[in-house]
Design a protein around this ligand. Structure first.
Ligand code: FMN
Length: 159
């Protein structure tokens, strides 16, 4: 990403894309028609641990904001790292009616920190496999946070 870029998308409550800005379209390599109404995992990169998305969905569905470093995959198979802020769009009944994500250019030192951590989480998920993958991934994350003495949010906002 370029320092001045913001990659923006909005989804409905089920995570289907309902809006994306021109920079999203540019980085994804898809046309707007190919993106709209698709699940947001259309840009999922296989290097991303499932644990990260589980934590994201649990947080935003509970009505809270979530921050994460995310490696995304373009249509041609290339990738781009983002620092994502995801937030729920709260409806009149107090429940999320959709979600918005604004992504900015991550700093190199943050990626140097997060890449080996994600690799460790992913390895634990793969070793555990199937149903046990998330539990194993969360364990690696919890152990890391305990070692650092930080909450997830503290860590992600300070690296
Ligand atoms: C507003 C919003 C933005 C999202 N942005 C991304 C994104 O940039 N990249 C991504 O891989 N998943 C993103 N997701 C998460 C996906 O919905 C999905 O959970 C994730 O790609 C994992 O897909 P899977 O569960 O099919 O493995 C976003 C979800 C929401 C609600």
């Amino acid at each position: 990403m370029r320092a001045e870029d913001f990659i923006v998308s909005k989804t409905d409550a089920k995570g289907r894309i309902i809006y994306c800005n021109p920079i999203f379209i540019e980085f994804s390599g898809y046309t707007e028609q190919e993106l709209l109404r698709k699940q947001h995992n259309i840009v999922r990169h296989p290097d991303m641990p499932r644990t990260a998305f589980k934590l994201a969905w649990d947080t935003i569905q509970a009505g809270n904001d979530f921050f994460a470093y995310v490696k995304n995959m373009s249509k041609d198979g290339s990738y781009y790292w983002v620092f994502a802020h995801m937030s729920p769009d709260i409806g009149a009944n107090g429940q999320p009616v959709g979600y918005t994500s604004v992504r900015r250019c991550p700093q190199d030192h943050a990626l140097d920190y997060i890449k080996p951590l994600y690799a460790q989480i992913l390895a634990a998920e793969r070793a555990a496999g199937g149903r046990n993958a998330l539990e194993a991934g969360f364990q690696v994350l919890q152990d890391h946070l305990a070692k650092e003495g930080k909450s997830y949010e503290e860590l992600v906002l300070t690296i």
